[in-house]
Design a protein around this ligand. Structure first.
Ligand code: BDR
Ligand code: CA
Length: 307
């Protein structure tokens, strides 16, 4: 079986943790690097959380600290959803600091990509600051990136602005650079995470899925506490599941760009399926997910995690 080389660029983040969980032990993947980025919480927290996850899952994957703020704007955090530390709701063991690289995320991503013979897949589940810096500083990496699979944007309405989604809205200039890079991109927007929900019963089932299941369920109970009855939205885990089981998703090609000027819609992804803007399509956009299979297979994957 082919093992796909993977870099995860993330701002953990409760749903980031739930996404990363199912990626670390899958035999089809070889996770080379975890890069942190400022997003849900500040960079010290997201880096520490990435290290905590590696320690919890007993993995010695290196962690590199990334951008402390967006390219042109101030930080916007999502502590309301993820807690002050970013992974509220579960007591993690102290992180193994030896996994933290001396080099920052952009340099580490560059060196990881260039050192590999094969092309690398990048999963982005946070703001796109590191990736924009990487491809602007080292454009030669572009041809060594097989695909960017991104949780970000929306084909409909937003969660932080009327039309803008958190990861893109936090650093819209970075997202614009990435969409315009020419690298193959698959986008899983808010609309997919909103469909792919775990039910209250699913969380109960996760409680019986070993150490990893208990951790994820406990994080999610604190993440979306008030709304568990409506189901927990699986934003970042839907991008992770796409990587593992793309057959569960329906996709459509589109031209995607990011609004960066308008005070009303800054950070909105403009998803042109119909060629209205007369631009070449640059993104594979997920437009639907088999929700029942998604829930079943996500839980099954968590149950199989050994840690
Ligand atoms: C995205 O924003 C963050 O809060 C989540 O971790 C996810 O990556 C959803 O808009
Ligand atoms: Ca995230």
């Amino acid at each position: 079986m082919r093992t796909r080389k993977l870099i995860i660029d993330t701002d953990p983040g409760i749903d980031d943790a739930a996404a990363i969980a199912i990626l670390l032990s899958d035999p089809s993947l070889d996770v080379k690097l975890i890069a942190s980025v400022s997003g849900n919480v500040g960079i010290e927290h997201t880096t520490n959380n990435a290290l905590k996850l590696m320690t919890f899952f007993n993995k010695d994957i290196p962690v590199a600290k990334g951008a402390a703020m967006p390219l042109m704007r101030g930080n916007i955090f999502a502590t309301n959803a993820h807690g002050k530390s970013g992974m509220g709701g579960f007591e993690f063991p102290e992180p193994n600091l030896e996994l933290l690289l001396k080099e920052n995320a952009v340099m580490s991503e560059y060196h990881t990509i260039m050192a590999l013979e094969e092309k690398v897949t990048i999963l982005t589940i946070g703001p796109l600051t590191n990736i924009a810096l990487l491809i602007s500083t080292f454009p030669e990496v572009k041809e060594k990136i097989e695909e960017i699979i991104m949780m970000g944007g929306s084909t409909e309405r937003g969660n932080i602005g009327v039309y803008s989604e958190f990861n893109v809205n936090v650093d819209p200039e970075a997202a614009k650079i990435v969409f315009r890079s020419g690298i193959p991109i698959t986008m899983l927007g808010l609309d997919i995470g909103r469909k792919a929900r775990l039910t209250a019963g699913d969380l109960d089932e996760l409680d019986n899925c070993g150490k990893a299941g208990k951790m994820i369920s406990s994080l999610f109970r604190s993440y979306d506490g008030g709304n568990i009855e409506e189901g927990v939205k699986m934003y970042d885990p839907s991008a992770a599941m796409y990587l593992l089981e793309p057959e569960l998703f329906k996709v459509k090609e589109a031209y995607v760009d990011v609004e960066i000027c308008s005070p009303l819609t800054s950070g909105a992804t403009v998803v042109d399926f119909d060629g209205i803007l007369n631009k070449e399509k640059n993104t594979t956009v997920c437009i639907d997910v088999n929700v029942d299979k998604f829930r079943e297979n996500y839980i099954k994957r968590v149950r199989e995690i050994q840690c």
